[in-house]
Ligand binder design. Structure first.
Ligand code: FMN
Length: 376
């Protein structure tokens, strides 16, 4: 049954973009400020010779950068996805679309996602929420054929399953059943024709959770850590507007809930899979920091959104700047390739250091980030 644009999933998607563009919904502390590359006064590599190329699940990228899953599913999303995809294609970045639940509910929204395939993006990820893999109230779990439709619609190279229980619990209409999700992911991995990536959405994940996800068969993990956009704050604004005071208070209290992205990254790197670091990355220097800390790829969501809501040129300029900042960070730390950057020393200070120590990591041994799983 085709539903109208009055469908709650469809209008929620538009709310999210407006709130994230218009309000302060970031974590109060950004963990990337605690991560420092060490200056190399003798880089012994020409700036022009620096090579940012890498791979993500065997797809070639021009840089270890992904436009993180954000949108689709409401009329205004088409232009945003189109601009992001055009620029991602031009720069050789990976890209994820936002949750595709809206196009299952309202097939007329499919073009807002499908538009990304009009551009030659080297790696495109489909997206669905883990809560939708199990029954929620009267709503049945998604079936395999639904998931296949989502993958087919954008000819996706991978399927992202997002974990967002912080958001769901603050949302007055949230889906808070969670028992059985691990089995549902395990089942999905078997049925999906493309690799599955498990992704948090701003609260991060631990080494134990990463290990369980790898056991379920996922090919990669996006740690989606705390440092940038926090959906506790986003849903707080929505709850306030809806007059749901108790939920608004939950959103305020849990605004800084989660595992900071640099900590979640080191935790996830203990599992045998490729790891994407998303959450709070503001510029190409944060990308360089994340790679030096061991990330195989990085993801930027809100940092790209303002430009994407303006114009194609604004997105192009932003991505040029990101690459220039990454290259500068590599040059000044004496890394001529992404693999070398992953082996450069990193100094970790402040709260991130304390968290790493408390979790049993050795912050003095950082900068020898793990190579790609299975590589020599
Ligand atoms: C407007 C917006 C919508 C988002 N929607 C999704 C989504 O549908 N699926 C998903 O996996 N993550 C979604 N996210 C989460 C991001 O992919 C990312 O994990 C999170 O925003 C942290 O990154 P940031 O600090 O760079 O924004 C969304 C983020 C934003 C800003």
């Amino acid at each position: 049954v085709t539903q109208t644009a009055g469908d709650p999933t469809v209008s929620r998607k538009g709310d999210h973009i407006d709130i994230i563009l218009g309000q302060d919904v970031r974590a109060r502390v950004n963990g990337w400020d605690d991560v420092h590359l060490v200056h190399e006064a003798l880089p012994e590599v020409d700036l022009d010779e620096i090579d940012t190329r890498t791979t993500l699940l065997n797809h070639d990228l021009e840089a270890p950068i992904m436009v993180a899953s954000m949108t689709g599913g409401y009329p205004g999303a088409k232009a945003i996805n189109e601009r992001l995809a055009a620029a991602a294609a031009a720069h050789g970045f990976a890209m994820g679309v936002g949750s595709q639940r809206a196009m299952l509910k309202d097939p007329s929204q499919a073009p807002t996602y499908e538009v990304v395939r009009e551009h030659d993006v080297p790696f495109i990820a489909a997206n669905i929420g883990a809560p939708q893999l199990i029954a929620q109230g009267d709503t049945k779990p998604l079936e395999t054929r639904d998931i296949l439709r989502l993958i087919d619609a954008i000819d996706a190279d991978a399927l992202i399953v997002h974990l967002n229980y912080l958001q769901e619990v603050v949302q007055p209409e949230g889906d808070t059943r969670a028992a059985g999700v691990w089995h549902a992911i395990e089942h999905l991995v078997k049925e999906a024709p493309v690799p599955v990536i498990a992704k948090e959405t701003g609260a991060g994940l631990s080494a134990t959770t990463a290990a369980r996800l790898v056991e379920s068969g996922v090919a990669a993990i996006d740690v989606g850590g705390l440092s940038g956009t926090t959906f506790a704050a986003v849903e707080r604004v929505r709850a306030e507007r809806a007059g749901a005071a108790a939920h608004a208070r939950l959103g305020e209290l849990f605004r800084d809930w989660g595992i900071a992205t640099p900590v979640a990254l080191r935790e996830a790197l203990t599992a045998e899979c490729e790891v994407i670091a998303t959450g709070g990355l503001r510029h190409g220097l944060d990308v360089a920091r994340a790679v030096a800390l061991g990330a195989h790829c990085t993801g930027l969501a809100s940092a790209t959104l303002a430009a994407a809501s303006q114009s194609a040129q604004a997105v192009e300029a932003l991505m040029d700047q990101l690459v220039a900042e990454l290259r500068t960070g590599m040059f000044l730390s004496g890394a001529s390739t992404v693999d070398e950057l992953r082996d450069r020393p990193v100094v970790v200070t402040g709260a991130v250091r304390e968290h790493l120590l408390a979790l049993g990591h050795d912050p003095t041994a950082l900068g020898h980030g793990r190579r790609r799983p299975g590589s020599a």
